[in-house]
Design a protein around this ligand. Structure first.
Ligand SMILES: Cc1cc2nc3c(=O)[nH]c(=O)nc-3n(C[C@H](O)[C@H](O)[C@H](O)COP(=O)(O)O)c2cc1C
Length: 414
């Protein structure tokens, strides 16, 4: 009688990566609005950007009633908590992503990893350890790809998380690696990792020195997927996957359990729409939906602009105005979305972006700030606006496409 395949049990609040096509962890590109958009368009799970353990340790968990988000904040003495965005280390929207969000941690130490993971574990569906980032800011601290050269340390981190976090929070622990130079080295590493009690492993099919533009190498993938299957660990493949359908096809071809998409999703999060839903959408409706989502969660304007600059083709006329924009109103005007300008102005006021725009207005604001009465009056208005929810939120699952026009959902049509 054939025995059923071995599987590391998925804890009650955890998620199984099998059969899933997911949004990759991406610093800057994987902030809350990008994740919500990816989910809206059909990503099965989303990874948060790598957050370094030391950055998270010392944060306070705070509920933001205006955006319905939960934020981990490093308090700044005297700062206006509702508008000072710079000290927010991580943000999630529990209603929309809690059971689909995997938190990725940057760490080089088992104790610190556990200390940091404990702060977010009740709000996420999994903790993933970054063992693939080749950037000096990560490797110089012994994190990211540096851990690939210290497998014992990496295993100690994973084992500590499995021991301390899994029983208490009932979520799974996973790891994201790159391939090593030779299949023999990779095999030895993957076998060790699979014995730590992790439920999932993602393999970015590039070696550490390889740049993102170099084609992913899939020669070691089947071997890695086989080892994972033997150990009962779900295996996600990553590298040059551009759509959800392609991810599922490639996973099947190489024996992996699912796939992860980064750059293609950064450029167009609707890459998660399957062909049966009409496939990826053109950039305009996607970018518009992205800005609506950014406004819903009051995303930092710099981050909003960064992502838009990936989505809007550089040859578009609007691109130049977009990169020069300083506030949400500028962004909406640059892209010709007059219907969003009023809402953008309200948000600019709340985020104090209106002060930065017109030089004349800036001088006037400064003059007023010098007068105690005027200043406190402005602060009071802003605080009131900041506490109030914005007009109707636009975050929701993508509406079912109309039967005759499957490509562009009604709310997205330009
Ligand atoms: C802007 C950007 C930020 C990234 N940040 C992270 C990160 O925080 N953690 C991580 O493990 N990988 C990070 N990566 C790597 C991706 O998760 C992914 O492994 C890589 O881009 C290969 O996938 P792709 O070929 O689909 O782009 C990042 C990639 C990009 C483009």
């Amino acid at each position: 009688m054939a025995s059923s395949p071995k599987r590391v049990p998925i804890p009650r609040r955890g998620v199984d990566y099998r059969g899933r096509v997911v949004l990759a962890p991406m610093v800057r590109a994987g902030e809350l609005p990008s994740r919500l958009l990816a989910l809206r368009y059909g990503a099965d799970l989303v990874w948060g950007p790598e957050t370094v353990d030391r950055a998270l340790i010392g944060t306070e968990r705070r509920h933001n009633s205006a955006t319905k988000t939960v934020e981990w904040v490093k308090p700044k003495p005297g700062a206006d908590a509702s508008t000072a965005c710079d000290n927010v280390i991580f943000t999630t929207h529990p209603d929309l992503e809690a059971n689909k969000l995997v938190f990725q941690i940057g760490t080089s130490d088992p104790e610190r990893a556990v200390q940091a993971a404990r702060l977010v574990a009740a709000d996420v569906a999994g903790i993933d350890v970054n063992a693939g980032c080749p950037k000096p800011f990560s490797t110089s601290g012994g994190m990211g790809a540096a851990l690939l050269r210290e497998p014992d340390k990496l295993c100690a981190i994973l084992e500590a998380l499995v021991k301390e976090i899994v029983p208490e929070f009932e979520i799974g622990i996973s790891v994201k690696i790159r391939i090593l130079e030779t299949p023999v080295e990779t095999e030895a590493l993957v076998r060790k990792l699979c014995a730590t009690g992790i439920t999932g492993l993602t393999v970015h099919c590039r070696t550490t020195p390889m740049r993102p533009r170099e084609r992913a190498i899939r020669g070691q993938l089947r071997m890695i997927a086989d080892i994972c299957r033997e150990a009962g660990v779900a295996c996600l493949m990553n590298g040059d996957v551009v759509t959800k359908d392609e991810g599922l096809r490639l996973a099947k071809e190489f024996g992996a359990d699912g796939a992860m998409i980064a750059i293609a999703a950064e450029k167009n999060p609707s890459c998660f729409r399957s062909a049966s839903q009409g496939g990826p959408l053109p950039w305009r409706p996607v970018a518009e939906q992205y800005v609506q989502t950014c406004m819903d969660v009051r995303n930092r304007i710099q981050n909003t602009k960064y992502l838009l600059a990936q989505m809007v083709p550089g040859k578009e006329k609007a691109y130049r105005s977009l990169v020069q924009s300083k506030c949400y109103k500028d962004v909406c005007t640059a892209l010709g979305w007059e219907h969003m300008v009023e809402r953008a102005e309200q948000l600019d006021f709340i985020l104090k972006l209106d002060q930065r725009t017109a030089g004349k207005q800036k001088k006037e604001t400064k003059r007023k700030a010098e007068t105690q009465d005027a200043s406190s009056d402005g602060q009071a208005k802003r605080a009131k606006a900041a506490a109030a929810p914005m007009p109707p939120p636009t975050i929701s699952p993508e509406p079912a496409p109309p039967v005759e026009q499957p490509q562009v959902p009604v709310s997205l049509a330009t």
